[in-house]
Ligand binder design. Structure first.
Ligand code: PLP
Length: 409
């Protein structure tokens, strides 16, 4: 074995010993409530395909038509020659859907966060993030080299303290004359990916206005699911037009693939000029854009409405049985926090024995010692399937009565 491989092998052993080893499981079926792994069919509670659109005929047809008309690949970055019509159509429908002046699509939500944050702020600026923001925001915050400050999850007092500190850093006495003021950017999620709880967006908006900061909200787990027009939690809370940068993904409730930024025309023009993950990357396949466009139309349709009602009914059914840390908030994501990594892995394995697939989420996705099952529901689940899940969880609750965040009512 090469010394290179020996070193990596040793590092992998350490990962394994910590109960943190991960491996891919090949799935031989489309995304859906049933999925096939190694010849066995599992009831799937792991997907972010909240509205059951990933395998929807309307999305598949749109993707196929785009392949037929525009081919399989985009050929280049959008700025070189790959700015195919399906991306423009998507961005028009996205801006209309979100009620913003303009929109820009990226190859992934991850790329949207990295490109946008590093374009907007730099080493002389300040970025303030919620402790539980997604890895893409953490990575972007490091990459942009701004001073990073983290506030406790949804802790408005701590956020305000940091904003006061940032204001001092902005005061004329603190800096060299003629030096520009640091920009201050706050970033939070609206619905949190691993906890399924919600940010107090109205209060955060009030704070950022009070202190003259900018706000970026990642609606990855809320787009298509909240608000009268399904724009997200910002719409539901009536603050969409007070948020400078609205981010999301096309790969979760919208069932396709890609990321987006919505906001003012000038923001989008700026990103086209400065977002490196947009500029220096081949455009996504046109089929992905076409599928996302079809998904937005579907979300707004009566069928979209009834799918959302289905999802909400399933969430209510699950929450009526499980008392969770955040059950006050209605979301498709329900964590069952078990603490130790090995516990979460063992419970997930026991569920798989019963042909139920629920992922064990561990460090580094969540903090050490807060390993959990992450149950996600979709519009395609039936009430009977939710009951089956709850019954299969019974032994877990008996064995770990202290599993803090969720217990049988
Ligand atoms: C999934 C996710 C992303 C990344 O989006 P992709 O399109 O999957 O790259 C960003 N933020 C949050 C909160 C997410 O859950």
């Amino acid at each position: 074995m090469l010394s290179f491989d020996i070193e990596l092998q040793n590092r992998l052993t350490a990962i394994r010993e910590a109960g943190l080893f991960r491996e891919l499981r090949q799935v031989d079926s489309p995304q859906g409530t049933r999925m096939e792994i190694a010849g066995r069919t599992f009831l799937n509670f792991s997907s972010n395909d909240y509205l059951g659109l990933a395998n929807h005929p309307a999305l598949k047809e749109a993707a196929i038509k785009a392949v037929e008309k525009f081919g399989a690949g985009a050929g280049a970055s959008r700025l070189i020659c790959g700015s195919l019509a399906p991306f423009h159509e998507l961005e028009e429908i996205l801006a209309d859907f979100k009620g913003t002046e303009a929109a820009l699509s990226f190859s992934t939500g991850y790329a949207a966060a990295i490109g946008t944050i590093t374009a907007l702020i730099g080493k002389d600026d300040i970025i303030i993030v919620d402790k539980l923001v997604h890895a893409c925001v953490v990575d972007a915050a490091r990459l942009c080299r701004a001073t990073l400050r983290i506030f406790g999850h949804n802790d408005l007092n701590e956020l305000e303290d940091i904003l006061k500190w940032a204001q001092k850093a902005q005061s004329p006495e603190s800096g060299v004359q003629n030096q520009r003021q640091p920009r201050v950017l706050i970033v939070t999620e609206s619905v949190f990916s691993m906890d399924g709880d919600a940010a107090p967006l109205q209060e955060i908006v009030a704070l950022k206005e009070k202190y003259g900061a900018w706000l970026m909200v990642d609606e990855a787990h809320a787009t298509g699911l909240y608000g009268d027009n399904r724009r997200g939690l910002a719409e539901e809370l009536g603050v969409s037009d007070r948020i400078e940068i609205q981010m999301g993904t096309l790969g979760k409730a919208l069932g396709a693939s890609g990321g987006y930024i919505c906001g003012s025309r000038v923001l989008i023009d700026f990103l086209i000029n400065r977002a490196r993950s947009f500029i220096f990357s081949t455009a996504p396949v046109p089929a992905a854009a076409a599928a996302a466009t079809a998904a937005i139309a579907l979300v707004k349709s009566p069928e979209g409405q009834s799918r959302l009602e289905q999802l909400n009914a399933r969430v209510s059914e699950l929450h009526s049985v499980l008392r969770t840390l955040h059950s006050a908030f209605h979301s498709a994501i329900t964590p069952v926090i078990l603490g130790e990594e090995s516990r979460a892995v063992a419970v997930a394995a026991a569920l798989r024995e019963q042909n139920i697939f629920v992922p064990a989420i561990r460090y580094p996705t969540v903090a050490r010692g807060s390993a959990r099952l992450r149950i996600t529901l979709t519009a395609s689940h039936t009430a009977a399937e939710v009951r089956q899940l709850v019954e299969s969880l019974e032994p877990c609750f008996r064995t770990f009565p202290d599993c803090c965040a969720a217990s049988r009512l």
